[in-house]
Ligand binder design. Structure first.
Ligand code: MF3
Ligand code: CO
Length: 242
């Protein structure tokens, strides 16, 4: 899982270097897929099905502005002032990794900059709660409290998750909840913690393509995700480069 998550981090670092006005999201998907395969790994999202949906076509998810998650890479050209959330899942030797970041495209307005900053900070505040003896919803509550105090809202309909031999395992890791509830955390558990934060209402809907989740009010949304292990009682981030 260290390996698959190291590759996830490398993909996001690579994309960070290539995002700029004028780039198409499908170009980023190709860059990502090439790097993943060069590492002897498989893009975990490609062909993924949820319920009776069509198989997900991309190697990454590219979600622009009011798109929350699961945006499909395509001919869309990024422009100055956009934000782009990129989510990547990796399968290396049957072990999974999962990570996401939101990138500004060129210069963005200060309010949107703040949305990105608060979402990133909410992720780290959640990660700090992933300690042995805590419960899953301690992570959830910490994220929710931080985000709402900043004047934003957490998406309810999508959640973080356990991860390991599958991309999505128990427990669900919501970005809202009540402290002291949920599964007790013990050493060895691996979780994908992933706050999705909306500038306006927490409500979301599914776009016509059947995949892309968008905010109900059209305001922008940000997403950051790390895969972490509870180890020696503390959270250790796996989705980073050593
Ligand atoms: N990235 C999502 C997660 O973190 C899963 C995306 S599934 C896909 O759980 F099929 F849309 F790619
Ligand atoms: Co995830």
């Amino acid at each position: 899982m260290r390996e698959s998550n190291r590759i996830a981090c490398e993909v996001l670092d690579l994309i960070e270097k290539h995002v700029r006005p004028g780039v198409k999201t499908i170009e980023l998907d190709r860059l990502a897929e090439d790097h993943i395969r060069s590492q002897g790994a498989i893009p975990a999202f490609k062909g993924y099905r949820q319920g009776n949906s069509s198989p997900y076509p991309g190697s990454i998810c590219t979600s622009v502005n009011q798109e929350v998650v699961h945006g499909i890479p395509g001919e869309r050209i990024l422009k100055e002032g956009d934000i782009l959330s990129v989510d990547v899942g990796i399968n290396k030797n049957g072990f999974f990794g999962d990570s996401a970041r939101t990138f500004p495209i060129g210069k963005i307005d200060t309010e949107t900059e703040r949305l990105l900053k608060i979402t990133r900070e909410a992720l780290f505040i959640g990660i700090a709660e992933a300690r042995a003896g805590n419960r899953v919803h301690d992570i959830s509550a910490a994220i929710q409290e931080y985000v709402e105090a900043a004047g934003y809202n957490v998406v309810r309909e999508l959640v973080g998750h356990g991860i390991g031999r599958s991309l999505h395992e128990e427990p669900a890791v919501p970005n809202y909840g009540k402290r002291g509830t949920g599964m007790k955390l013990v050493d060895g558990m691996v979780l994908a913690i992933e706050p999705m934060v909306n500038g306006g209402t927490f409500r979301v809907k599914v776009a016509k393509d059947g995949w892309t989740i968008v905010t109900a009010d059209g305001r922008p949304s940000a997403h950051y995700e790390h895969t972490v292990i509870v180890r020696n009682g503390e959270a250790e981030i796996l989705s980073k480069v050593a």
